[in-house]
Design a protein around this ligand. Structure first.
Ligand SMILES: C[S@@+](CC[C@H](N)C(=O)[O-])C[C@H]1O[C@@H](n2cnc3c(N)ncnc32)[C@H](O)[C@@H]1O
Length: 384
């Protein structure tokens, strides 16, 4: 969609077309609807309205009910922050006493919306003219105040009272990179901003070594998906590493205490990926009076059942043999026909092992295969 088409979509006629598409999509086939609407509207506008309606449906997972009022492009939707995650960040930033933010590369405004809703005065800067126009339209659609500037973020003068927020794009456009060298605006510039009142969202694969000194790195997961590392500039940092698990908002911070290692007890916990990426498995163990069965594997064991959003818990029903033949015999004795294997730190491919064992029986089973003090170990478990 080019800027002209988007501007047409924002006219009263374009809005009428968009509501007609929303009403009729699913009632008429895309083909019938498109053919009929092209008799009244130019084909580019019809195509844009149909795409917009489709993207609004797709965006509901990230933006909830707001999605039906917002505008997107396919790539910008992919790159936008989930509203729950953006809201978590915006709320934290507002709680520091910050009053205004400039979003340096705001895309279609995912973060900008959350920042404005948290009560911060917002300015968004975006190089792409279509995205800039969409960001402005999205703020307006939700009746939120804010200014959008179409231009290069690196040229913008940041106000004395403004916090800089940066969610750099991945240069390959596919939305995923593990290298800071691919970020746009460039990582070096982001690093410099982080020395002051700045917050940056980067890929969750960021290595601990890449986090500048004095900066807090917060790994965030949402609904079990590890989604980002948020870097809090020195004035906002309250720890060096943090894990936040949404939607509960449960968190852990680095304590640097020594991690206890001991044998597996009745309960086993698989930490959330945010906890693992933040390197806080030891801290998680401490919160549930647990320990690590193996110092190099991200499983925690404890004597008691704990209900925590920071980990998935399992009760160990029985220790099983690790070797394939004996494992198969043990599972056959339990009349297991449907098996799920969770593995960590061992060189097996669960699907292949399950296939090879050719189990038959009426029962389902969940088995954890891992390494304990250097040795392979298997446990028949049930979810807490
Ligand atoms: C990952 S997206 C931002 C998504 C946004 N946080 C959201 O939730 O919708 C990054 C954006 O930065 C923009 N961008 C990259 N370099 C820029 C620059 N130098 N100046 C302004 N915008 C830039 C890209 O066009 C892209 O839209």
């Amino acid at each position: 969609m080019d800027l002209e088409t988007f501007e047409q979509l924002m006219t009263p006629a374009g809005q009428l077309l968009l509501s007609e598409v929303a009403e009729r999509a699913g009632v008429e086939s895309d083909l019938a609807l498109g053919t009929r609407l092209r008799k009244t509207y130019v084909p580019e506008l019809v195509a844009a309205a149909v795409t917009q309606n489709h993207l609004r449906g797709k965006a509901a997972t990230k933006f909830g009910t707001d999605a039906a009022h917002l505008y997107f492009t396919h790539d910008a939707l992919e790159q936008s922050t989930r509203m729950r995650v953006a809201t978590h960040r915006a709320t934290r930033l507002a709680s520091t006493g910050a009053t205004s933010v400039v979003d340096l590369g705001c895309g279609i405004g995912g973060d900008l919306i959350a920042l404005a809703r948290a009560g911060l005065a917002v300015r968004g800067v975006e190089t792409d003219p279509v995205r800039a126009a969409i960001a402005a339209a999205n703020l307006a659609a939700l009746d939120l105040p804010g200014e959008i500037i179409c231009g290069d973020a690196q040229e913008v003068v940041i106000g004395r009272d403004e916090v800089a927020f940066i969610d750099p794009a991945r240069r390959d456009g596919r939305g995923r990179t593990f290298s800071t060298a691919d970020l746009q605006p460039p990582w070096e510039w982001v690093r410099q901003l982080l020395a002051g009142r700045a917050v940056a969202k980067v890929m969750p694969g960021l290595s601990h070594d890449a986090v500048p000194n004095g900066i807090e790195a917060e790994w965030v997961s949402d609904g079990g998906d590890l989604v980002e590392a948020c870097l809090w500039g020195a004035p906002f940092a309250t720890t060096s590493r943090r894990a936040t698990v949404l939607p509960s908002g449960a968190g852990l911070v680095s304590a640097g205490e020594p991690v206890a290692v001991a044998d597996v007890a009745e309960y086993l916990y698989e930490p959330d990926d945010a906890v693992i990426r933040a390197g806080l498995v030891g801290e998680l163990a401490a919160t549930i009076s647990g320990w690590l069965p193996d110092p190099h594997i991200a499983y925690v064991s404890a004597e008691h059942a704990h209900d925590t959003p920071l980990a998935r818990g399992f009760r160990i029903i029985e220790e099983l043999p690790f070797r394939e033949k004996s494992l198969k015999a043990a599972l056959q004795a339990h009349r297991v026909g449907t098996l799920t294997i969770k593995k960590r730190g061992v060189d097996i491919v669960p699907e292949e092992l399950i296939k090879k064992m050719k189990l038959k029986g009426p029962h389902k089973a969940l088995v954890v295969m891992t390494r304990v003090q250097g040795q392979g170990a298997a446990y028949l478990v049930e979810r807490l």
